[in-house]
Design a protein around this ligand. Sequence first.
Ligand SMILES: [Fe+2]
Ligand SMILES: [Fe+2]
Length: 199
Amino acid sequence: MIDPTATLRSEHVAIEGLLTVLEAMAKRLAANEPVPREDLLDAMTVIVEFTDRCHQIKEEDLVFPALSSASPMAGADMARRLTNEHRALRRLVASMRELLPRASATKTARAQLGKDLRTYTRLLREHIRIEEQTLLPEFDRTVGATERTRIAREFDRLEREDVGWGLHEAYAAIIHRLRESYGTLIADSRSAPVAVTPR
Ligand SMILES: [Fe+2]
Ligand SMILES: [Fe+2]
């Protein structure tokens, strides 16, 4: 069984890979250069299904509540702040999803989408940095072994029942393909095709 913080860290690496693509897309949109509609749709699928439904839900449903009870002051405060950030990110995603159908037709919609993608990337990168530097260390320090095992089991159940077997790897493959297309794949160990935890 994989420890919950190891799972989250590995998902952060995959998400950061996606963010490099979103940045490249935002640059092209700002320069009024074409971005294939399928690429935007693929990126949006990974944002909604992987970043939100698979990753942020694990944090909100399991990690934040466990941290809040193990660390009622500092931990609960972090959980509140990070939940609010998830909400802000979701609002931004909703706005981008609305813009998508018009992005191939109007210059204004393309420019707005580029702007939203840049904002989303900046917010999520900072969010992940805070989670890596404060949330996960506080979780490691305060949440006991029994609770961690329970959460790891719940992560597995969520993958099986809510995300769907094999989809985790499918999202990693989409990120890899987009990184290749947008030239953001740097030859390092963090860029392997399956950068998320294999299950
Ligand atoms: Fe988060
Ligand atoms: Fe996270």
